[in-house]
Design a protein around this ligand. Structure first.
Ligand code: GLU
Length: 331
């Protein structure tokens, strides 16, 4: 009957995602068990505090676009959000200034260089990159409007909190550890200022960027943030419209382009999911209209992406039919 109605309306058959509670729980259980014993990867250690995080933390959460929450493993432990924050600061800037502001200032293209590359800045004078790599991300932080550091910071933190559906806080130890060792990011901020991408106060932009990377989250927080993007910018758990739904495709496009560092293409090829990883060990991924998913597991591969998180998210999404590019051909 449903198929007939679809035919009459001329609606093409998209892949049937199975989002029944039983299918979701089974997919989470299977991925959790399959990768629990995996010993690959290593914590990030270029930020000293990250080296000390328990590498055994392994938490999975999936939040459907209609607000049902599923978890498996350790969803009590928190890690620093790190580069996943870049998504939400970029979203804030798009909300305030429109998508063209991001496209015109730092660009929306892959750099082909590492996330904190100075060569990438030099190549096109701070353009032709994106807000998921450090020069673009520090610039995006510098674009958030506000009269004082405190005002800008409070806006950023409360925006992230709206995505997560609870009041988030900063891990002070991580913030201090990175602030004491982020000379390269300071140089990146100043170079983006030299090219006129950051309009003023580059050191403040880098400092706020460092603080945003230190926001503490668990897997459920991250999955709710992802699910808010999956649900057209409305947090499906709290019901709050956090990001104008018209801008969600812009945010997802940049995540798809550059969310997993130098392995972004490989990831997209395998899963089709816009995603973002952070060196704290978290990854979020979005199946538009279906679900947001997050896994936390600190050991990273050579590209800087959590080993277990990539494997678990790919398995779960593929088991549930989460790839938005999968379309069943019409008969
Ligand atoms: N705060 C980190 C940095 O700027 C974030 C890196 C990441 O997660 O990719 O180096």
């Amino acid at each position: 009957m449903v198929a007939v109605a679809a035919l009459v309306l001329g609606v093409s058959a998209v892949s049937a995602a199975d989002l029944s509670p039983r299918a979701i729980s089974a997919a989470l259980d299977a991925a959790y068990d399959k990768y629990r014993g995996l010993q690959e990867g290593k914590n990030a250690d270029y930020i000293p505090a990250l080296a000390k995080v328990d590498p055994a933390i392994y938490g999975i959460a999936l939040v459907t676009a209609d607000g049902k929450v599923y978890t498996k493993g350790d969803v009590a432990s928190e890690v620093s959000i790190q580069s996943i924050s870049k998504v939400f600061t970029m979203a804030k800037v798009i909300e305030e200034q429109g998508p063209d502001a991001i496209a015109a200032n730092m660009g929306v293209d892959a750099t082909g260089q590492v996330f904190n590359s100075i060569v990438a800045i030099e190549q096109y004078k701070g353009a032709e990159m994106n807000a998921m790599v450090n020069p673009g991300a520090i610039t995006a932080t510098g674009m958030v409007a506000g009269g004082s550091r405190a005002e800008i910071w409070n806006k950023i933190l409360s925006y992230y909190s709206d995505f997560a559906g609870r009041k988030l806080e900063v891990d002070q130890e991580v913030f201090e550890s990175e602030a004491a060792t982020n000379q390269r990011n300071q140089a990146i901020g100043r170079l983006m200022y030299a090219y006129g991408r950051i309009k003023d106060n580059p050191d403040r932009a880098t400092d706020i960027y460092t603080e945003q990377c230190s926001v503490s989250v668990n897997a459920r927080d991250l999955a709710t943030m992802a699910a808010t993007l999956a649900n057209g910018g409305r947090n499906p758990v709290t019901g709050k419209q956090v990001l104008n739904s018209a801008y969600v495709p812009n945010v997802l496009a940049v995540m798809a382009t550059a969310g997993l560092y130098d392995d972004s293409g490989k990831w997209l090829y395998q899963t089709g999911l816009p995603a973002k990883s952070g060196v704290g060990g978290g990854i979020i991924a979005v199946s538009p209209g279906r679900f947001g998913i997050a896994v936390i597991s600190p050991p990273l591969d050579a590209a800087g992406n959590s080993v277990r998180a990539q494997k678990a998210i790919a398995d779960i999404s593929n088991a549930l039919g989460g790839n938005p590019y999968t379309v069943t051909a019409r008969k």
